[in-house]
Design a binder for this molecule. Sequence first.
Ligand code: SF4
Ligand code: FE
Length: 484
Amino acid sequence: MALMTGEQYIESIRNIKMEVYLMGVKVDVPVDNPILRPSLNSVRMTYDLAQLPEYKGLMTATDPETGEEINRFNNIHRSADDLIKKVKMQRLLGQQTASCFQRCVGMDAFNALWSATYDTDKKHGTSYFKNFKKFLDYVKDKDLTVDGAMTDPKGDRSLAPHQQPDPDMYLHIVERRADGIVVKGAKAHQTGALNSHEMIVMPTVAMSPEDKDYAVSFAVPLDAPGLFMIIGRQSCDTRRLELGNGIDVGNAEFGGVEALVVFDNVFVPNDRIFLNGETEFAGTLVERFAGYHRQSYGGCKVGVGDVLIGAAALAADYNGASKASHIKDKLIEMTHLNETLYCCGIACSAEGRQTESGNYIIDLLLANVCKQNVTRFPYEIVRLAEDIAGGLMVTAPSGKDLFDSKLGPVVEKYLHAAPGVKTENRLRVLRLIENLALGGAAVGYRTESMHGAGSPQAQRIMISRQSDIASKKEFAKKIAGIRE
Ligand code: SF4
Ligand code: FE
């Protein structure tokens, strides 16, 4: 089948009867909900841009098995160049949406499962690779969006999955049947779940043999009986319910939302199972998925950073401050930090290698360094943007005041700055900075930079494992003339 258009994508999601709750109320048509719609628009861009001739080969790839053009989000990376193009595509989408466009988790899950199922089958004689490939062929053919769900609620962090007083703190198998399994539990912080056709579930930690029922991976559609979502609250989200000119939301068209996805005894047929009790491969899957997603942040967060740097520069222009040397220097610093993240995303891709299963995996050390930097630099970039913007980004009157017959002229008069600059535009750019720094997009830019794809300590553990201190000691001994 051909690539879907953005419009076809929206309608295809509309046709899935999902069970979604927002602020205690069941949402009948999530696609048309004003709080949820901007997040759907972000995913839509992954379809719209793939239709444009100028992005062919970047937003799309050629499937080597069929020779057909597929969306790059459904691509299995076959070279280091594929890995680099992935990062460039993510930067482009970050620039165009200034938010999380959500489809990457599926792509990262595909590539992690491709090699992990292959390795599991090799050791255990299972048929997970065949199951997974059949699922992926279906996804590619229909140009679907797939969510990748990893993070369990985790309960008491000092206890392994099987030791938790409440067994549902990690998603697990509650029944094994001849035709499949029944699972129970939840996945937290699920970006894009409600904008996806299918969801891939993976374990969230390395496991021991006692955790057998928790070492499970599979795919289910979003309308699977027993599956429902509770949407996360975001700062300023109800501004999207206000009628008006959209100034106060900062980014009226795009956004991202997360959900707590609950699996209340969900049935998974045998041919949708990709891991079922082979505990030693739970860690493999986590490590590879996390590695790919840490690479991803060297693209998407850089693209959103581009928008924030542009917004800060515009705010300086509108304030009449752009010629001040400290402003120029702050913009240089923001650019330096942002491009450093991009360097990491490109480097871990360029250093990618082929796995035994045939696809390409990033350099894990560099991908973890990439994400570790992402836990820091966007905070500094936001700090500098707030510095340049000035306090008005959090004290400005509303768009309604600006367009009120009595108050409008007053707002116009007192918030006017550089000559020739419309006060409305000054307020628009300040609200965009507010959105990225503190509002809804801060979930996808600032706090997600900290915790998305694993919190900082998770990267430090991987950096420690990959750092090969032993050979570094040998370098030092040789140079220092040490013979032990
Ligand atoms: Fe993609 Fe970035 Fe969102 Fe992850 S955080 S899904 S990499 S846009
Ligand atoms: Fe993320």
